[in-house]
Design a protein around this ligand. Structure first.
Ligand code: HEM
Length: 368
């Protein structure tokens, strides 16, 4: 069906197959009362459970003298696989709420990486909310109403929308392409396999406090693409940059998208077929380190000053310990990836995504 339940052991929107659209935002708390935070998450939970089921945020009592409780733009619309996923940034665990001792060890401050051009206006935040749906208006409506419910307790810090090709544009459901024209997501762990998800995604008591059981950590990077430069580089150079063929998505020298990379292969002159500084050669991490990617393309119009298209990748990944997964991987990519010629990381965030809520409970109830 087109309805994904909000309640469950884990939050939806993590190992859930990707929807077509995303609306993502971070909030900063303006209250310093833990009771207020609790109330906020209780209200957000109730509203989220209703919206993901295709209902307005609350029962409408039509009172001509009051603003409507729901903003209305999703009236009559189907749920469209709406998911709403909440996470906490490291700043949530500063002195304000007395929760310092509960901060999970894997929720470190994101380190600086080589050639980062991070804008703090597009980064971090006390709370992150990832809204995904197969309809952009359904996604927007959910984020807007969550922001509205937060008034007086939290304010928007950054917001970014994203998309991929819609399911109706590709009924076969093949791997979607990013804005550089390449299939993106080929060698992503199979999230539906519980053993893999436990190993790669879900917080483990080995590193995480027990209140994080069923949660995970999200790394977000807003990555601007130098589209105009890319468009002037040859197909051969583009393929060498990723280490895969553009049309098929196959590793260089192979024909099937899902064929093994086999990084050791050499051409007749003894040169590696997949360049050691290509994106996949480095991101592969010798097969030892894995993350679950769930990224969307974004387009923010254009830069009036330069006339260039302002677009890129809203990179999102989930992992059970970013200190051992996302961070070392990004360190490696930042230092050597041939793709760096065409991209710039301009926004950044690391968040502890809370466990799922039981019906009657609320998101965050294992912590506060
Ligand atoms: C693979 C694109 C950033 C991690 C790939 C592939 C493409 C791609 C086309 C090959 C197909 C696939 O297996 O999905 C991009 C673009 C990026 C970007 C355009 C930035 C704009 C990142 C970042 C990370 C990352 C920041 C993590 C730090 C990976 C991993 C793989 C991969 C783990 C699979 C490697 C393997 O085959 O084992 N990416 N990527 N990517 N990427 Fe990226």
């Amino acid at each position: 069906g087109d309805y994904i339940p909000f309640y469950g052991k884990n939050q939806a929107g993590i190992i859930t197959p990707m929807q077509d659209f995303i609306s993502m935002a971070a909030f900063n708390l303006t209250t310093s009362s833990l009771a207020d935070v609790r109330k906020l998450f209780q209200s957000w939970t109730l509203a989220s459970a209703r919206m993901t089921a295709g209902q307005p945020v609350d029962d409408e009592i039509e009172n001509p003298h009051l603003p409507p409780v729901d903003t209305g733009e999703s009236i009559g619309l189907a749920p469209m696989k709406l998911t709403i996923t909440f996470g906490l940034g490291a700043s949530f665990f500063d002195d304000r709420f007395g929760l310092k001792s509960k901060k999970p060890a894997p929720l470190v401050d994101m380190p600086r990486f080589n050639s980062d051009e991070i804008n703090p206006d597009w980064s971090e935040g006390d709370i992150v909310v990832q809204v995904c749906a197969d309809d952009p208006q359904v996604a927007f409506h959910a984020m807007r109403n969550l922001a509205r419910i937060a008034r007086g307790k939290a304010v928007l810090h950054w917001m970014q929308e994203g998309f991929q090709r819609t399911a109706s544009a590709d009924p076969s459901g093949s791997t979607p392409r990013n804005l550089l024209g390449f299939k993106d997501g080929t060698n992503n762990p199979i999230a539906s396999e519980p053993k893999l998800a436990d190993e790669i995604v879900w917080a483990n008591s080995a590193e995480s406090p027990s209140w994080m059981t069923g949660g995970t950590y999200m790394a977000m990077r807003r990555i601007r693409m130098r589209i105009e430069v890319w468009d002037r580089s040859s197909l051969e150079d583009q393929e060498a940059t990723f280490g895969r063929h553009r049309h098929s998505g196959a590793p260089i020298g192979k024909s099937g998208e899902f064929d093994d990379l086999e990084l050791g292969r050499k051409d007749s002159t003894g040169k590696p077929l997949i360049a050691p500084n290509s994106h996949v050669a480095l991101a592969h991490m010798d097969g030892k380190v894995k993350i679950l990617r769930r990224s969307y393309s974004y387009s923010n119009g254009m830069d009036v000053k330069t006339g260039q298209i302002n677009a890129g990748l809203l990179f999102i990944c989930f992992n059970r310990d970013p200190r051992k997964q996302f961070i070392p991987m990004q360190q490696k990519l930042a230092s050597a990836d041939r793709l760096n010629e065409y991209i710039t990381h301009v926004g950044s965030g690391l968040y502890a995504c809370l466990p799922g809520a039981r019906e009657g409970g609320y998101i965050g109830d294992t912590l506060f």
